[in-house]
Design a protein around this ligand. Structure first.
Ligand SMILES: [Zn+2]
Length: 719
């Protein structure tokens, strides 16, 4: 990626800036727009105590807790299952609401110098099925037989899922307007828009949808009880996504712009879920939040995927749900919302967010609200404060640092939405793009993942190399973009199903990129056979993906073949390489990156690294010999280089979401390339705060980091 200045990022985010930092600091709106990048926000969550089912919330106590944790932002829930202010919008008000705790909270935050974020759910399920509110029947999503769709969410009761074509749309719009106009929030944050939750992919047959669909397409909403044609599926999906859901968010955004123009962020945690409407709404907002991730690698990946859009990114520190509950019959009942259950994971979560350079949001207030002592009397509270203190102290540096990726990884949102091959395992698909990311990191290369539908020639042009891991669905236009990218000198590493289908999953007669690959498939479906190996000239046998594409090389040079040991067969070419224009393409007919993600086998890491290293070595920023669990992350500004080391070295093993503690890693060696014509002024450890012994050899600075406990970073200042 060419260096993007902060100013360009802001421009991409749709912010019109005053010409100088001073002028910006004098305007409250400008201050907020600076603040959101590195925010330290405490969430008051309202789907659980102290807001729901019983309303115990006290503004004074809440703002005091925010202060103890060194939060500089507070997110108040205007509504969840109920509204928590005296609304006139028609949204149900919590029966125990007295006075206006929302207004009081805003006053207290202003006095404490804390920014405020309004949480407003956009059709998040809220209607209790046990309610006597007669309006709910007309607002809910319906199955073909008229039965309302319901969802469990947090497990207190069940809730009707609302339909955005029903009058609930107007109620939510009024709610947003009231919060925006009557209360001086600094930021509007939306959860949604939703069109259902557990039944998000079930078509709505409510009277409003049927009428609108008939008017638009001259036919009823297709029935999922019967076989829906692929054309109907595309038509309904695009209608609901674009004309109903995203149109609603756009309407809301325009209303805010025309009324009191504050930054708008939303929750896009389901970015990579199948047919997730909000994913495509990114251009409408100023930024978005990823909630929790299962691993630090996943979090770092998500943050970078978010940053590739040019928007402001926030993420959870901590989580409301990520604990193991395997023995529960009803998983949605979850565990504890109002107890400080987390521990050192908070430190790693915070360090990961900080390394990515994003805003942090701690979940949340409920963990301390009922506790008898100050938050700092508990491990969780001390860890949150430590994370927030570090972010505050280092933000002047962090805000100037940008990732320096050598490779772009295309993430197949179209593949997630539409690909339906017989051997395609949807839930395993993420192993391909996460594997690609890990593969590059393990070879000391930085990657920026981005979404397929955001692909442009300019975006591709930022990267010396593009990795297309198992990217089944690509449109003709996207194939053409990749063709142009390569012919102009780009390097493409494509694997497995890449380009077997168009953007809606319609399978082609040959790879859309067959000419680039120099290979054709024999069948569009891969085969699965046990005990396969890669045979390459001059290399030992390497474990091959047991799921392979059978291919025929046309114009490409065969670099490796597949050996089927059990049947003593040669299954033909496995990897082909071809020069195209001034660029080069390597096609791998299996998802070796998934195998790497699943096994982390050393021969794979090293041999496959040798395929792309020649393309990237001259641009390598650092080298860290592989240490299990240690994730390097390199960021830089003009005068400072920072190599983060995140040490995910704990006792989490078979049971994901079990609580985790960590052990320190000793003596991590690293080399950092010093840009030509620059000299090193100082080398230090960002967290320990001490100078670090170093040597320079042939343009590389060599250091040994004595101890990495959860996180450390090597800071190199240049002259
Ligand atoms: Zn409907």
């Amino acid at each position: 990626m060419t260096e993007i200045s902060r100013r360009e990022l802001l421009k991409q985010a749709g912010f019109v800036l005053a010409s100088s930092a001073v002028a910006r600091a004098q305007t409250p709106a400008g201050q907020t727009r600076d603040w959101i990048y590195g925010a330290r926000t405490l969430i008051a969550e309202a789907y659980n105590p102290p807001f729901y089912p019983s309303l115990d919330y006290e503004p004074e106590k809440a703002v005091r807790i925010a202060g103890s944790l060194n939060a500089d932002g507070f997110r108040y829930p205007a509504a969840s299952y109920y509204a928590y202010f005296p609304t006139k919008s028609g949204y149900p008000i919590h029966p125990e609401l007295k006075g206006d705790p929302m207004r009081r909270t805003l006053e207290l935050c202003r006095e404490a110098g804390i920014k405020t974020v309004a949480y407003v759910p956009l059709n998040h399920p809220f209607m209790e099925v046990t309610s006597s509110d007669a309006r709910f029947a007309g607002w809910s999503k319906k199955f073909g037989d008229g039965t309302p769709m319901t969802t469990a969410h947090y497990g207190f009761v069940r809730y009707y899922e609302g339909c955005l074509n029903s009058p609930v749309r107007e109620v939510v719009r009024k709610l947003v307007r009231e919060v925006l106009v009557e209360y001086p929030f600094d930021v509007m944050y939306f959860d949604g828009p939703y069109q259902g939750m557990q039944n998000a992919r079930s078509y709505c047959h409510c009277e409003h949808c049927e009428t609108a669909y008939e008017k638009r397409f001259g036919k009823p909403v297709p029935s999922q009880e019967e076989k829906v044609s692929h054309a109907d599926e595309i038509q309904y999906t695009n209608w609901m996504a674009n004309d109903v859901v995203i149109a609603f968010l756009r309407e809301i955004r325009q209303m805010i712009r025309a009324t009191r123009d504050v930054p708008v962020l939303y929750n896009d945690t389901s970015l990579l879920s199948k047919r997730e409407w909000r994913n495509r709404a990114i251009p409408v907002v100023d930024g978005f939040m990823f909630e929790a991730a299962e691993t630090p690698e996943e979090k770092l990946f998500n943050m970078q995927l978010g940053q590739s859009t040019g928007k402001v990114i926030w993420t959870y520190v901590g989580t409301h749900t990520q604990y193991n509950r395997e023995h529960l019959k009803e998983e949605r009942v979850r565990g504890w919302f109002s107890y400080p259950v987390e521990s050192e994971e908070l430190l790693l979560d915070g360090a990961t967010a900080m390394a990515a350079g994003v805003g942090m949001v701690y979940w949340g207030l409920p963990r301390f609200f009922y506790q008898p002592r100050d938050p700092l009397a508990y491990d969780s509270g001390r860890y949150v404060k430590e994370v927030f203190d570090f972010q505050q102290k280092q933000w002047p540096l962090l805000r100037t640092l940008k990732p320096q990726p050598q490779a772009g990884i295309i993430v197949g949102d179209q593949t997630i939405d539409w690909y339906a091959g017989k051997t395609f395992v949807a839930k395993g698909y993420e192993n391909a793009y996460h594997g690609a990311y890990q593969f590059l990191k393990a070879n000391s290369y930085e990657a920026m993942p981005f979404l397929d539908w955001q692909m442009t020639p300019e975006l591709l042009g930022r990267f010396p190399m593009i990795y297309a891991p198992n990217l089944a669905c690509l449109s003709n236009a996207q194939c053409e973009m990749l063709r142009n990218y390569v012919s102009k000198g780009g390097r493409l590493l494509a694997t497995h199903l890449t380009s077997v289908a168009d953007e809606y999953g319609r399978v082609r007669k040959s790879f859309g990129l067959a000419d680039l690959f120099g290979a054709e498939y024999l069948e569009p479906e891969p085969v699965e056979i046990p005990d396969l190996y890669l045979k390459a000239d001059g290399a030992d046998e390497i474990p091959q993906d047991p799921q392979i594409m059978r291919i025929r090389a046309t114009t490409g040079e065969v670099l490796a073949r597949t050996l089927d040991r059990g049947h003593r067969r040669d299954l033909g070419p496995a990897i082909v390489r071809q020069r195209v224009g001034s660029g080069e393409v390597v096609y791998i007919g299996s998802s070796l990156e998934s195998v790497y993600e699943e096994t982390r086998m050393k021969p794979l890491r090293e041999w496959l690294g040798s395929l792309f290293s020649p393309w990237l070595a001259s641009r390598q920023s650092y080298q860290v010999p592989f240490v299990p669990g240690v994730i390097p992350h390199f960021v830089a500004s003009r005068d400072t280089l920072v190599l983060h080391l995140l040490a995910d070295t704990g006792n989490k093993n078979k049971h994901l979401r079990a609580r985790e503690e960590y052990v320190a890693v000793a003596d991590v060696r690293a080399r950092i390339r010093i840009p030509e014509s620059r000299k090193v002024k100082s080398v230090s450890l960002l967290r320990a705060g001490q100078t670090l012994a170093s040597e320079i050899r042939q343009g590389w600075l060599e250091v040994t980091v004595p101890r990495v406990y959860i996180h450390e970073a090597v800071r190199v200042d240049l002259v």
